[in-house]
Ligand binder design. Structure first.
Ligand code: HEM
Ligand SMILES: *[C@@H]1O[C@H](CO)[C@@H](O)[C@H](O)[C@H]1NC(C)=O
Ligand SMILES: *[C@@H]1O[C@H](CO)[C@@H](O)[C@H](O)[C@H]1NC(C)=O
Length: 317
């Protein structure tokens, strides 16, 4: 009897420990470095003020981190003879940006904290939130306490990151692999309410698709030639520096830029949700908040796993 109570008690203590020490919390840096979060916010605001697109780029960095072996800043590691950098994966190469901003934030945060206590993975998560807010979007409490990976995997990045030619079943499956549902897919795709994309990634759609508004297709073709001009940018929605519902409004009008965007409103199971977001910004905001917190919780390294990198580009010696 006594030993059973003992075992029960032990189980209880262990699960409390697991819930406190090994799960993320918004208050993680409250005591150890209360100035960390305000510092990140100030620097993100400055970077977005200097170049509005940077808000989009920082949000995307967090997404491309979380989808490859969890939110562990693995996508910030530079290549070395023994490290196959995710920066060279197809969806990231010549595409991910904002690394210098993250380097600067990391250096300033470590300075103000007196030592490297804030992980690069947490900086990505907070910078994503502060970017969305800086561009007029919703705010949320970022769960913290992620630690940084000591490895990266380019092959895994190529497998796990979605591509802009995917149809709805492929997108649903891609998000399902991360434990995310259809609703998360639609809400998080709303990240395309900000930012830009290169011509070669949507060329096929604007020259060949039938589920596209012809006036929109013509407008996009004007700056994205049939051959050449691969890197010419187009906005992902008509208001690329405002976190609003224009992205969803556009989908309803068959003006999605990528095949993967329009797939969300193409006669399938996600049409209704797109319609809802296109009319009710507060519903989009509520769902986006919920889904991005969920995305930020994907397989974090906690406790004594991984490390707190000194330089986000390199594993500590
Ligand atoms: C659903 C599947 C998704 C696909 C197929 C996809 C694909 C892409 C592609 C191909 C680009 C343009 C890259 C370039 O021109 O080099 C892009 C840009 C972007 N994506 Fe996504 N994405 C997806 C989901 C998301 C999610 C979930 C978020 C964030 C919550 C996001 C945020 C962004 C942002 C902000 C940009 C613009 C970045 C900038 O201007 O620097 N995307 N995406
Ligand atoms: C990288 O990911 C691939 C695909 O999941 C896997 O087969 C491979 O073992 C991984 N490599 C390393 C070094 O972890
Ligand atoms: C459009 O489709 C045709 C026929 O399948 C193909 O030859 C052409 O390369 C496509 N155009 C683009 C821009 O992808």
């Amino acid at each position: 009897m006594a030993s059973r109570v003992h075992i029960l008690f032990q189980t209880f203590v262990l699960s409390v420990l697991a819930a406190t020490a090994f799960s993320l919390s918004p208050h993680y840096y409250k005591n150890v470095c209360p100035k960390a979060l305000p510092t990140i916010k100030k620097l993100v605001e400055a970077a977005v003020h200097k170049e509005r697109r940077m808000g989009a780029s920082l949000l995307r960095l967090h997404f491309h981190d979380c989808f490859v072996n969890g939110c562990d800043a693995s996508n910030l590691l530079d290549p070395t003879p023994t490290l196959d950098s995710e920066k060279n994966a197809t969806p990231n190469k010549n595409s991910l940006r904002g690394f210098e901003v993250i380097d600067h934030i990391k250096a300033e945060v470590d300075k103000i904290c007196g030592c490297p206590v804030v992980s690069c993975a947490d900086i990505l998560a907070v910078a994503a939130r502060d970017s969305v807010v800086a561009l007029g979007g919703p705010s949320w409490k970022v769960r913290l306490g992620r630690r940084d990976s000591t490895t990266a995997n380019r092959t895994q990045a190529n497998l796990d990151l979605p591509n802009p030619s995917m149809d709805l079943p492929a997108l649903i499956n891609n998000f399902k692999n991360q434990g995310l549902k259809r609703r998360d897919l639609v809400a998080l795709s709303g990240g395309h309410t900000i930012g830009f994309a290169r011509c070669f990634l949507f060329r096929n759609r604007i020259y060949n698709a039938t589920n596209i508004d012809p006036v929109f297709a013509k407008k996009r073709r004007a700056t994205c030639p049939f051959t050449g001009g691969d890197s010419i940018l187009a906005p992902l929605d008509p208001t690329p520096v405002h976190f609003d519902i224009a992205y969803f409004n556009n989908l309803v009008k068959q003006r999605g830029l990528f095949i993967s965007d329009q797939a969300l409103f193409n006669g399938g199971s996600t049409d209704k949700r797109v319609k809802t977001y296109s009319s009710y910004p507060e519903v989009f905001w509520k769902d986006f908040r919920k889904s991005i917190i969920k995305m930020g919780n994907i397989k974090p390294l906690t406790g004594n796993q991984g490390q707190i990198r000194v330089n986000c580009r390199k594993v500590n010696q």
